[in-house]
Ligand binder design. Structure first.
Ligand code: PLP
Length: 388
């Protein structure tokens, strides 16, 4: 049996040692100096001004969309059907309207022409997900959005370290979101981060992370403005926006700081693993023309070349018998527009209009790619897939 899980050994013995040392020698465990140290280290790694550590990637999505609404007002957000549920539910939660744009099969991200054709005067942002470690951006898309004054928000929750033109994804848009959930490129057990170069956006995120409180602002001028505007309220209990409590802890930050040290090294393995996987797949049977430039693959993408239900069923049967873990539909389980939480809110929208997302939904899945996965196992996995 091949025995390939989706992820293996993501929290190391050294991470545990660092955590135990920290617990023994510290007495403050909630959001404090270790969180700030991790935020600074992450900003430095990504090449942005500000990072805000939160308790999950989904929380990063929720805060980002809430701030977008607060700053840009009501309207539409262009979203992908291949992403994660919180990429869409955060748009609903903020009182904004999601508008689906179909994906490009070679990146699994929203297609640039699809995005541009959905832009109207109601569009407040494009919320693009970089899927399974592939870069989803193009220079043309960036230039067009800039020309039209449409903010880009990047979801990089499953693509830490992916690049376009040598620059890291997550550093292009107005803001970006990452997840540090267990199976991701690096982990804080649970966790996420919001990144931005925009001062106002950052300050708003700080308030939304902590109950909407003005005292969370690090911009003294903004603090003063609120205090002067609401003299009847106490500045230490001034709730300016309808915020959440989505803070993380010092313990998660200690793990994050240690994990960050090996992220680049681990990413090199992921890149090589995916290249080996694609080189060994039969291109007659499987789609192998993914955009490889800038990829830091999260999980092996298995997509049938032709819509063949029998082949798909035989494959999943075989993988089960070899104890190879997999997820059907790829990221987020496939076409999110088919999910009840979307259909109940957009009953008039026909999800089968998203042709590429539907193809991935019915004929795609992923299997585990992780740094310690042996080359021989990757080759044996391809041999197995090529037989069907
Ligand atoms: C693209 C994307 N966005 C958001 C999330 C949510 O992250 P989390 O599980 O940390 O809440 C995920 C989760 O895997 C994801 O893949």
């Amino acid at each position: 049996m091949l025995n390939i899980p989706l992820m293996s050994n993501n929290i190391s013995e050294d991470d545990k040692e660092k955590l135990i040392d920290f617990i023994r020698t510290s007495d403050r465990f909630t959001n404090g100096s270790k969180v700030r140290e991790f935020e600074d280290a992450w900003s430095n790694w990504l090449g942005v001004k500000h990072s805000l550590f939160v308790n999950s990637g989904a929380s990063a999505n929720y805060i980002t969309m809430a701030v977008l609404k607060e700053l840009y007002g009501e309207g539409e957000v262009i979203v992908p059907p291949i992403a994660w549920s919180s990429d869409i539910s955060s748009v609903f939660a903020a009182g904004l309207t999601p508008v689906f744009a179909d994906v490009n099969i070679s990146t699994l991200s929203m297609d640039e022409n699809e995005i541009l054709s959905h832009i109207t005067d109601k569009t407040r942002a494009v919320f693009l997900t970089h899927v399974l470690g592939l870069n989803g951006l193009t220079p043309r898309l960036l230039a067009e959005l800039e020309k039209r004054g449409i903010p880009l928000i990047e979801d990089v929750c499953e693509s830490h370290g992916a690049t376009m033109g040598g620059k890291k994804c997550g550093s292009f848009g107005l803001a970006s979101n990452f997840s540090f959930y267990y199976a991701h490129h690096m982990s804080t057990i649970e966790g996420g981060v919001i990144c931005t170069n925009d001062e106002k956006f950052y300050q708003m995120c700080r308030m939304f992370r902590s109950h909407g409180m003005v005292r969370e602002l690090t911009d003294e001028n903004m603090k003063q403005e609120y205090a002067e505007k609401y003299p009847e309220l106490r500045p230490e209990f001034l709730f300016a926006v309808p915020g959440y409590n989505m803070r993380s802890t010092e313990l998660n930050a200690v793990i994050g700081l240690n994990q960050l040290k090996r992220l680049d090294e681990n990413n090199k393995r992921r890149i090589e693993n995916f290249k080996l996987f694609i080189e060994n797949l039969d291109p007659e049977k499987y789609y192998t023309d993914f955009e490889m430039e800038g990829q830091v693959n999260y999980a092996f993408i298995v997509l049938l070349r032709h819509p063949d239900r029998k082949q798909f069923d035989a494959l999943t049967e075989l993988l089960r018998s070899e104890n190879v873990e997999f997820r059907r539909g790829t990221a987020g389980g496939g076409n999110l527009a088919r999910q009840p939480f979307v259909r109940n809110r957009m009953p008039e929208f026909d999800p089968s209009l998203l042709k590429n997302a539907d193809f991935i939904h019915f004929y795609g899945f992923y299997t585990g790619n992780y740094p310690s996965l042996e080359s021989e196992k990757i080759i044996r996995l391809c041999e197995l897939l090529n037989r069907v």
